[in-house]
Structure formats: C-alpha cells, structure tokens
Design a protein around this ligand. Structure first.
Ligand SMILES: *Cc1c(COP(=O)(O)O)cnc(C)c1O
Length: 383
C-alpha cells in the first residue's frame, strides 16, 4: 500500500469535514435554503480579505478572477504596468495582451522580489499607466513581493491608478489587508489556502476600482463584475454558482476564521515554512528564493549531481509524496513543497523525512536526520 500525500501549492489536501460538507444532495441555488450558505460565504470572504467591500465569487479557477480584473477595469489601448518574475506575473501580461491593453513590464529575476523603487521609476517614465498588476506570492518561484510598498510607491505619484494584486497564494496565508493597504483588486482561488477543490475564484474590488469599472470598455460577459455585484446584494451569483463548492467553503471558512483564527492560520503557515527552509538548509540544500520567501510554499534547488525529475518521481511513485516541479525556466531545477492550507507540523516533518530518504537513495551525501531534527526542533511549539 502506498499512502498518497499531496504537497503541491494548489491544489492542496481537503479536510474530511470539508469534503463531507460538499457531499449532501444538490440544492437549488434560487431556493431559500441556499441563502444562509451564501451569506456565510460572503461574510467570511470579507473577513479573510480584510475588506468592507463585497468579495465576488466566480465559478472558475483563479485565473477567471485575474481575467475579470483586466476586462472590467481597463479599455483597449490603456497602458498597464506589469511586474513579472515568474509564471503568474507573466500571466498578467498575457491577459492584458488578450484584451489589447498595452503593457510595460518590470522583469524581476526569478527567485527575487521586486524593488518597489523600480515601480516608482517605471511610473515616472510612463505617467499614462492606469493600472499596476503584480503578484503577492509568486507561487512559481515561491517569492513574496512587497505589495504594501508597491502600493505606497504608486500612491506617492500624481494621478489616479489601480493596483491589482494576484493574492491567490497570499490571502489566508499571511497578512495582506486589502482595505488597510489600499489594494484596488485582490484575487484568490479555492484550491489554495481555502482548502477546497479547484473551481471557485474570488475578487475584491476597492471603491476606486468600481469607479474605473464604470468607464472600462473591454468586452466581457461571463466575468462581469457589475452583474455579480448586483446579484451578490440579493445573496446570489449572476450565473449558476458551484453550489457544492460553496457548501464546502462555508465549512472551510468556519475552520479558518472561527476555529484556528486568521492570525493562528498565518502563524502556523509561517512556522511550517520556516521549519522547512531551515531543514532544507540543514541538509546542505539551497533555496530558490532565499531573500524573500513566501510562506505559501518553499522552492528547493535540486543539488548538483541529482536529477530533478528522478527525485520527484521517486518521491511520488515510491514514497507517495506529490511535490510540484518548477515551472517555465525553473522546470526540473527545483522542487516545491506547500505549506498553505490543510498542513500541520507532522505533515511537514514527514515531507522533510521523505526528502531525506529520496536524496539518500539517489546517493546525495548528508548527515541523516539533520533535516528532520531541525524541523522537529522548530515545530516543537506548533504541533
Ligand atoms: C494557483 C495560482 C493561480 C491560479 O491558477 P488557476 O490554475 O487558474 O487556479 C494564479 N496565481 C497564483 C500566484 C497561483 O498560485
């Protein structure tokens, strides 16, 4: 028997309680029993986004809400500034391209975080930029970008501009208060910190973003935020919602907000991430994002002499651990271990042990148990 363990930064494991909450018979979404479920989801999302604004819910993967954050806020020919430096930063530019939004890109070295001063300089050179698109936690490189400082750099300049943030592996992972940091659009998705299967995308918009929306002329139909906002006021979505996923979301939000607490969730995730980073270093391994790591997941550089795909294959096929490969130019060169969502200290210690066993079988030299010992010590008070 091989016990399967999923360690990818989306999808993440789904707690049994959440799976059971999705098991009942389907109810009709325009019937009264749907209303309290939807209301709980609506309120819970505002708490986890830390916003007074409505958070829209789409039946889509996270990219659906990213798409909506271009098509509803800008017009063809508008100029946008995009921070790239990983697969998801690049996605912003691809969506802008699809809607004929002109882009200027700041290319950040993979594994590094953007220097907010570069955003300021780019705006000084391109004062017609209407929106800045960036990624809070760049899951492909496991970097955390300085969102708050980027917003400050944008606000320090004359002119009204939007700051649109892909928070898909940041919301519910660490503190990223939408209102307090003056973020105009914040995106997330169900298969990350929300501990749900894929299929829901979330989008919070600031009053400034709602104003931009009024004059934006990019074509849109399914992802129409104005239609969603008016439906939301009546505790509905514009189109048929993913009813089962909303039943799961209600339960997951209860766990995150009422049982662990938002701060407890951030603390646990950070502790798991910190322990993993130190455990990998104790094995002599290098981190891909040593200077600005995101607590959502850790990217570990495959050491010299070890074949990356063979390492991941051994972890998966012989030890049951599904890890994530690098994406784009990091493919085969790193492996990623997730911390966001339904993971605890024992999962993390097990993952470190699995990495040790896999590396030992492939002939990598290190002191057996050094990683596990480090993780156990660092997680002693988080178990
Ligand atoms: C997972 C993820 C996405 C969304 O991907 P989907 O496959 O559309 O859900 C976008 N951005 C980041 C940073 C992610 O981690």
């Amino acid at each position: 028997m091989l016990k399967r363990r999923l360690f990818t930064p989306g999808p993440v494991p789904v707690p049994e309680r959440v799976r059971l909450a999705m098991a009942p018979e389907i109810i009709h979404h325009r019937a009264p029993d749907f209303i309290p479920i939807f209301q709980h989801c609506k309120e819970g999302l505002q708490r986890i986004f830390q916003t007074e604004q409505p958070v829209l819910i789409f039946a889509a993967s996270g990219t659906g809400a990213m798409n909506a954050s271009v098509s509803n806020l800008l017009s063809p020919g508008d100029h946008a500034l995009v921070v790239r430096g990983g697969k998801f930063g690049e996605r912003w530019q691809e969506i802008c391209d699809a809607y004929c939004v002109r882009t200027t890109c700041i290319d950040v070295e993979w594994g590094q975080a953007v220097d907010p001063a570069r955003v300021g300089e780019a705006l000084d050179a391109n004062p017609d930029v209407k929106a800045v698109y960036l990624t809070a936690s760049e899951t492909s490189t496991c970097v955390r970008h300085p969102v708050r400082e980027v917003v400050q750099a944008v606000r320090a300049r004359e002119g009204e501009r939007l700051v649109v943030v892909d928070g898909i592996t940041a919301v519910g992972v660490y503190d990223i208060p939408m209102d307090a940091w003056d973020i105009d659009a914040l995106v997330s998705g169900s298969q990350k910190a929300f501990m749900l299967p894929p299929g829901l995308a979330f989008l919070g918009l600031s009053p400034r973003a709602w104003r931009f929306q009024e004059s934006a002329t990019c074509p849109r139909f399914y992802f129409d935020v104005a239609a969603e906002r008016s439906a939301l006021e009546g505790d509905q979505t514009a189109w048929t919602p993913a009813v089962s996923l909303l039943m799961g979301l209600e339960e997951a939000l209860k766990i995150i907000l009422d049982e662990q607490g938002l701060e407890g969730t951030w603390r646990r995730t950070e502790a798991l991430a910190h322990a993993t980073r130190e455990a990998m270093r104790a094995l002599g391994l290098e981190l891909y994002a040593p200077d600005a790591p995101s607590p959502a997941a850790t990217a570990v550089v495959v050491p010299e002499g070890i074949d990356g795909p063979a390492l991941r294959k051994l972890l998966k096929d012989e030890l049951g651990f599904t890890t994530a490969d690098g994406q784009g130019k990091a493919k085969g060169k790193i492996f990623r271990l997730a911390h966001l969502g339904y993971f605890d200290a024992f999962d993390t210690i097990a993952a470190v042990a699995a990495v040790e066993i896999a590396l030992a079988r492939l002939g990598y030299e290190f002191k057996t148990g050094e990683g596990v010992r480090t993780a156990v010590e660092l997680l002693r008070d988080h178990a």
